[in-house]
Design a protein around this ligand. Structure first.
Ligand code: C2O
Ligand code: CU
Ligand code: CU
Length: 487
């Protein structure tokens, strides 16, 4: 194992700029600004708070949601952020397969907004997960999502999807988790929802406005928060088993997560469940990805860290980097006290489908490209799929309901693009020309700079019109999005 002394030191100081200088990154010093001096090992001294939970009963969850700017406290400062129901993150929606979620969304923002239930396999039409709904400032809209009875359990999330302002609204604080419960409970001591997001404020406590250059690489916030908190503390007893539901709600930041000293079992990423749970030391969550995992607690203090991650540079004369060049201490996990009894084995998980053995009815390629100039919104960058910037009036891809397609995702640019398809999950079958051995299902698939990924998609259960896009939300807003229609 490589030990990077400078990183260690940076981490202990709590302000993390050293790695950035070493990597020749943006020079941006990622400083987890806290009102108090502290060491990362001791954490902030503030216990992790879970978002409010709203649970379905008798098969229905009815939620009144309001997006609005609020004065809230983050990292010891009073700031202005965007909130759902006054909180950042918004409430966690906890449901079961077969349930109906009714969300009445009131737009208390000064700009149009709407709602997307990311990863849920639900209809994209009418007042379900419809990307073509726009709710003006002051208006309301009633969404209703019917979750199929055979829906995959796991971690999902919701956020606005108003083209052109998605990055601003998500960066500002609009996101929340959705949990679809397991048909058969996995025994655990407790469950924690960890919504990880990043945000920056100016000196007056207002959300920082991203520059064109930051948008080109995808903005990254200076503060990396867990449930809106800076370096919260989690406690457990040795032997306890915790269920963690982790959401990467960052606008552009990749999270390469580690929790050294603890035993992590990954059940799956996004809606995908592995055939068998996997022991892991590390996992990478691109923006939009989620992890569903178990932590078996071992005595000692561990730090949940996001390591520096290199997602390339947006080239040309601008030379803007997409790399987060500093390590971040996200939370501390302190395990002490008497040992608890060992837990029962994890019940067998349903065997995931494998499209590799089936027939492919159509093949196509999506080329993700970035360039300078020609930005439709007057920006300096172009961000396209198959040469086109998003146009709400154009259908880019028509697929047949019930078909299985194979898509070659080609990234010609020097930055990674996390590709996301709504409604239908993707099975990753090949990376950089190498076949993938395991069955991996995700709804956000990273396509590394100048590389390719091949996926298969089964267009089952729902027809209708929705979108695919890069989940670096500044890229999506700049046009790296297309419309797909299943007929
Ligand atoms: Cu998480 Cu189209 O979005
Ligand atoms: Cu989505
Ligand atoms: Cu992108």
């Amino acid at each position: 194992m490589m030990v990077d002394i400078s990183r260690r030191k940076a981490l202990i100081l709590g302000g993390v700029g050293i790695g950035g200088v070493a990597l020749g990154g943006t020079g941006l010093v990622l400083n987890q600004k806290s009102a108090t001096t502290r060491t990362a090992v001791a954490g902030s001294g503030v216990a992790l708070v879970l978002p409010t939970e709203l649970r379905s009963s008798n098969g229905v969850l009815t939620v009144a949601l309001e997006s609005s700017p609020q004065r809230i406290r983050i990292a010891g400062r009073d700031v202005h952020a965007l909130t759902y129901n006054g909180g950042l993150p918004g409430p966690t929606l906890r449901v079961r397969a077969g349930d109906i979620i009714n969300v009445s969304l009131r737009n208390g923002l000064t700009d149009p907004t709407n709602l997307h239930v990311h990863g849920l396999h639900v209809s994209p039409d009418d007042n379900s997960d419809n990307m073509f709904v726009m709710i003006n400032a002051g208006d309301s809209f009633d969404y209703s999502y019917a979750i199929p009875a055979d829906h995959q359990p796991g971690v999902y999330w919701y956020h606005p999807h108003q083209h052109g302002s998605v990055a601003d609204q998500v960066f500002g604080g609009l996101y929340g988790a959705i949990i679809v419960e397991d048909p058969e409970q996995i025994p655990a001591t407790r469950e924690r929802v960890l919504v990880i997001s990043d945000i920056s404020f100016d000196s007056s406590g207002t959300i920082s406005v991203a520059t064109e250059m930051e948008k080109m690489s995808g903005r990254e916030g200076e503060l990396v928060l867990v449930n809106g908190q800076l370096t919260p503390e989690l406690n457990a007893r040795p032997g306890e088993r915790e269920r963690w539901r982790v959401v990467n709600a960052c606008t552009s930041r990749y999270l390469q997560l580690r929790l050294d000293g603890q035993q992590i079992t990954l059940l799956g990423v996004d809606s995908g469940r592995f055939e068998a749970p996997r022991g892991v030391d590390e996992m990478i969550l691109a923006p939009g990805n989620r992890a569903d995992l178990l932590v078996t607690a071992r005595a000692g203090t561990s730090t949940l860290r996001a390591l520096p991650y290199n997602r390339g540079t947006s080239g040309g004369m601008m030379g803007s980097t997409g790399s987060n060049s500093a390590e971040v201490a996200l939370a501390t996990f302190t395990v002490f006290g008497a040992d608890t009894a060992a837990f029962a084995a994890i019940p067998d998980q349903p065997v995931p489908p494998d499209l590799r053995t089936g027939t492919v009815t159509a093949r196509r390629e999506l080329v993700f490209a970035m360039g300078m100039g020609g930005g439709m919104s007057g920006g300096m960058m172009s961000a396209t799929i198959n040469g086109h910037a998003f146009d709400a009036a154009r259908i880019d891809t028509t697929v047949q309901f019930g078909s299985v397609e194979e898509w070659m995702l080609t990234n010609t640019s020097t930055l990674d693009h996390p590709m996301h398809l709504h409604v239908w999950p993707m099975q990753i079958v090949e990376r950089a020309g190498q076949p993938v051995e395991e069955v991996i299902w995700q709804d956000v698939v990273n396509v590394p700079a100048r590389s390719t990924v091949r996926v298969r998609v089964a267009f089952t259960d729902f027809s209708g019109r929705t979108v695919y896009h890069c989940h670096i939300l500044d890229h999506e807003d700049a046009g790296m999005m297309g419309i797909i229609q299943a007929l």
